[in-house]
Design a protein around this ligand. Sequence first.
Ligand SMILES: [Zn+2]
Length: 292
Amino acid sequence: MYKLFQGLEDFGFDDLKGQDLDLFSENKNEEEVTKNSVNLDDYIFLKSFVCPVCEREFSERVVKKSKLRILSHDTDLKPVFENIIPAIYDVIHCTNCGYTALTKFFDKIVGTRAELIRQKVTPDFKPKEYPSITLSLDDGIERHKLALYNALVKKAKSDEKAFICMKLAWLYRDKSDKINELLFISAACQGLVASIDSRHPTVCDMDKNTVRFLIACFYKSLGNSQEAYKWLLPLISSKTLHHQTRQRVMDLKYEIQQEKQELEPKKEVQAEEASSKPKISFRERILGVAKD
Ligand SMILES: [Zn+2]
């Protein structure tokens, strides 16, 4: 920064080296102050729940919905909120017996499935203390994984497991962990494909066109544009889509077409240089792991 002020010696400013010459430090500090002034405790409160598995009362963190403000949505509809990642808190975890589920599924457990939790989760469960009412991204991820394990044990339907996997993929996106994001996108995609043919008109409270759109987004993220386009096609020709959904569908169609055009010349070059060695792509490796 000192060099920016060279040449002012004639004005008497020949000894600026000791001074704070960071032109933009004030702005940075202002941003820091704004950031630090957000107290996440203001967004969270403790609420009492009665566990449907052990029937004991416990407290859980709940986000004040009235304080949430959506800034934007990612292509696959993941909402981005101001100041907070509310998805971190979208799990209810009984600290007595270990039963854990996403908020929307917590009470929806019948007797035989609750018995499975008592038999296969509770005996091994060790309660974990969290130091504060606010949770970190890693805390949110581990609690979602616990919900996924509970869903597996209680033999939950594919849509519940798919929804948890989608939430985990999004949390890993917030953490900028691409490998784990794709791992869970792959699992969510498999689960949604398995769920969409059910007679129920919705999947995890989402209408089936929304689910088709998500599947298309997930296939695109996994590098399978052909499959993505296949799921997008009925939406492109649909006459009943909401204006906003139609715009998202057309945006995704454009992205897939752009990607295809960018890949075509590379494919031609690769074909010329093709060696006898079969190559496994990064995304195929991820898909392989998810199938295991
Ligand atoms: Zn319990």
